[in-house]
Ligand binder design. Structure first.
Ligand code: HEC
Length: 115
């Protein structure tokens, strides 16, 4: 009985770990898919930022001052659908090929950038 209880605890702590968002994985995805616009550290200073018109620049994600993505659910939504999907600029592309876990990892990384 005691042994069964222990393995139950072991299993539930394993699943909690598997579900916890992975900031490092999020950072890797961000470097591949977001940094060219938002900058390596999310300050809105990626290489492509200079090519974009005033008022449609990549957001500085370190301030947390977003127009639409004011909570995690909306952050997930804009990452998946892109700016056009939520009434923001088409310059902000969607990532429809990413799964929920990957988007959760990106959100965790973005939240870690806020000062
Ligand atoms: C091609 C350039 C580009 C890429 C790549 C890009 N973005 Fe953006 N992003 C933008 C622009 C431009 C805006 C500002 C849109 C606006 O103000 O209408 C923006 C806005 C945002 C916002 C703020 C939305 C708000 O509510 O104000 C978040 C969050 C964001 N991007 C996250 C990401 C993430 C995460 C990735 C990578 C998966 C990414 N972006 C990739 C250009 C880009």
């Amino acid at each position: 009985m005691k042994k069964a209880l222990l393995s139950l605890i072991a299993i539930s702590s394993l699943t909690t770990q598997a579900q916890a968002a992975d900031v490092k994985a999020g950072q890797a995805l961000f470097a591949q898919r977001c940094a060219m616009c938002h900058g390596e550290k999310g300050a809105g200073d990626g290489a492509l930022a200079a090519t974009m018109p005033e008022g449609q620049k990549p957001r500085n994600l370190t301030t947390g001052a977003n127009k639409y993505a004011t909570d995690d659910a909306k952050l997930k939504e804009i990452i998946q659908k892109g700016g056009a999907g939520v009434g923001l600029s088409v310059m902000m592309p969607g990532q429809p090929d990413l799964n929920d876990v990957q988007i959760g990892d990106l959100v965790a990384f973005i939240n870690s950038l806020k000062k």
